[in-house]
Design a protein. Sequence first.
Length: 175
Amino acid sequence: MNKKISTLLLALSVSLPAMLPVSSASASELKLGYVNTQRIFRDAPAAVKAAKKIEQEFSKRDQDLQRLAKQLQSMQEGLEKNAVTMADSERRGKEKELNELSREFQRKQREFREDLNLRQNEENAAIIEKANKAIKQIAESEKFDLILQDVVWVNPRLDVTDKVIKALSENKDAK
């Protein structure tokens, strides 16, 4: 997916001057900008707050999974250590118990990952929505013709990510 977007943006950047109905004199005045979405997810106050919120929401479940993993490992080691001295019926019972616990662990782990991904996607969508509003405001106030996100390479002088993060910080303080 990212490769397709990158290819599309590259094609757009190469063909953009030809598509715009401007003279060569005004084409040099085209004002472009770039926003690094990954930096917004990492550095914007809303993103930092969302990450802490998610960490708090999921910390108990993560600890429970870690305890279950240790219990599973302990059972496995105990079975391997004592399997030779156990009666067949006792060994089969312990193996069955281990398999059931292993399935429970895998199920809980899968549910944890799915729930975590869902929450992260929800928070990321909200951050992107706010960032897009900030980008639009910056573009309008500073008279940008085009602002791109997530390109393969960009000249650092076109990077307006700091302005977007600052705008998001100001919006956060206003609320």
